[in-house]
Design a protein around this ligand. Structure first.
Ligand code: UGA
Length: 438
């Protein structure tokens, strides 16, 4: 099959490379000429484990190419995927659909009969209807289908998620489109990965409902962690104890500094807005979004408390700056709110991240960025684990103890064991694992 993917950001690039690896002929199109030139030269603009090798092997095999001009590519495509960005509209939280609609118009202008236009971008319910209207307006006689095919990829394990998905959701209103989409996902279909067919609006909502549910789950365990600290319980055991119930499930029950990233914060807000627009408010999600925002700032206060109530003129070392490990993405990262809270309280903040330094620089003004973890903690008054990169799990703790000015560790991801940290002489604080004894 010939597949065109519009938008070579995170979703577009991963999807394009994986479709090519399925054996399809894929052209990734992006208006950013600089990005396309780099991709043609083999440079990957994002950090995602395994993506460089996947792009290289498929490009070499001639199945994956890159282009800036849409018109030439769309004419004989079987399926065109929209994978452009849908950022939060400044000021209100609705998803900004400018890029989606622009791309739809351009596709409409040059498509041939039989085209399936599939939306991978995360878009609010009803966007597919509008895309269809735009294409229809451009080409009243064109025979085409508009499909919703949301992605459920996690940054850091996107290729694995794409190739071994829990499910593929396809919202299509015609049998022809369903058949074509089955062909696109043929290797998964043959592997018995669940392909779920539904109508387009339902498919659009599934994406938001899934992300919001996961945000609820994280926020729930975060609140349980706060309660654990007050009552002398252990949140990891609570998570295990409830997670063993199949109805609850053990995943996404890791307490931490609050969720971040390019998806949960943006998508929960967009869902809240849509629900309000339709007069069916999602009060649980509204609360979750507010609680999560407060939590990120509260983590700053937690560090201050661990430092004896003041960080004025103290040096605080933050290890892990990205919103989660195995990515260089700083969007909505808890490290930003934590650094700001500490700086506002008079601290000098240092930071180190294995992959996110370049992205961190512009969003962490005033934070001294270090070359490695040990340099970061040398002479610091406290070490704060903000993101659970594996290299921090393997930190030489004896060395860290010697390098710190005072042996204070605030572990916001629960990567160390309280008993071991006490044995090594640290003053150790983690999340939801109180050592309180009544
Ligand atoms: C999320 C979803 O997991 C994907 O299924 C979805 O496709 C994607 O959004 C998207 O809409 O594009 P992602 O944002 O890459 O993926 O990252 P997650 O692994 O879901 O983590 C999100 C945030 O939640 C991170 O800040 C992470 O640290 C936090 N988290 C996650 C926790 O605090 N606790 C957990 O138990 C799990």
């Amino acid at each position: 099959m010939r597949i065109v993917v519009i938008g070579s950001g995170y979703v577009g690039l991963v999807s394009g490379a994986c479709f090519a690896d399925f054996g399809h002929e894929v052209i990734c199109v992006d208006k950013d000429a600089d990005k396309i030139a780099k991709l043609k030269a083999g440079a990957i603009p994002i950090y995602e484990p395994g993506l460089d090798a996947l792009v290289a092997s498929n490009a070499e095999a001639g199945r994956l190419t890159f282009a800036t001009e849409l018109a030439a590519q769309v004419a004989d495509a079987d399926v065109v995927f929209l994978a452009v960005g849908t950022p939060s509209r400044r000021g209100d939280g609705h998803a900004d659909l400018t890029y989606v609609y622009q791309a739809a118009k351009e596709v409409g202008d040059c498509a041939n009969d039989g085209l399936v236009l599939a939306t991978k971008s995360t878009v609010p319910v009803g966007t597919g209807d509008e895309v269809e209207r735009i294409v229809r307006k451009a080409r009243p006689d064109l025979a085409f289908d508009v499909v919703s095919n949301p992605e459920f990829l996690r940054e850091g394990s996107a290729i694995e998620d794409f190739k071994r998905p829990d499910r593929v959701v396809i919202g299509a209103d015609s049998q022809r489109a369903r058949d074509l989409m089955t062909e696109v996902y043929r290797p998964l279909y043959l592997n018995h990965s669940p392909l779920m067919f539904t109508d387009r609006r339902t498919s659009e909502l599934i994406k938001y409902a899934a992300n919001a549910f996961l945000a609820v789950k994280i926020t729930y365990i975060n609140e349980m962690a706060d309660l654990c600290e007050q009552v002398g319980a252990n949140v990891q055991e609570v998570a295990r104890g409830i997670g063993l119930d199949n109805r609850i499930g053990s995943k996404f029950l890791h307490a931490g500094p609050g969720y971040g990233g390019s998806c949960f914060p943006k998508d929960t807000l967009a869902l809240i807005k849509t629900a309000q627009d339709y007069n069916a408010p999602t009060r649980i999600v509204e609360t979750v979004a507010a609680v999560n925002e407060q939590r990120k700032r509260a983590m700053g206060r937690k560090v201050i408390a661990a430092c004896g109530g003041s960080v004025r003129d103290k040096t605080i070392a933050m290890l892990g700056l990205t919103f989660k490990p195995n990515t260089d993405d700083m969007r909505e990262a808890p490290s930003i709110a934590i650094a700001t809270a500490l700086q506002d309280a008079g601290a000098h903040v240092r930071g180190f991240d294995p992959e996110g330094m370049e992205q961190a620089r512009p969003v962490l003004p005033g934070v001294e960025l270090c070359d490695n973890a040990y340099q970061c903690i040398t002479g610091a008054d406290a070490l704060v684990i903000v993101t659970e990169w594996n290299e921090f799990r393997a930190l030489d703790l004896k060395r860290a103890h010697k390098l710190l000015k005072s042996p204070v560790v605030v572990d916001l991801r629960n990567i160390y064991r309280p008993d071991e940290m006490a044995r090594l002489g640290f003053t150790y604080t983690s999340v939801g694992r109180s050592s309180r004894k009544d």
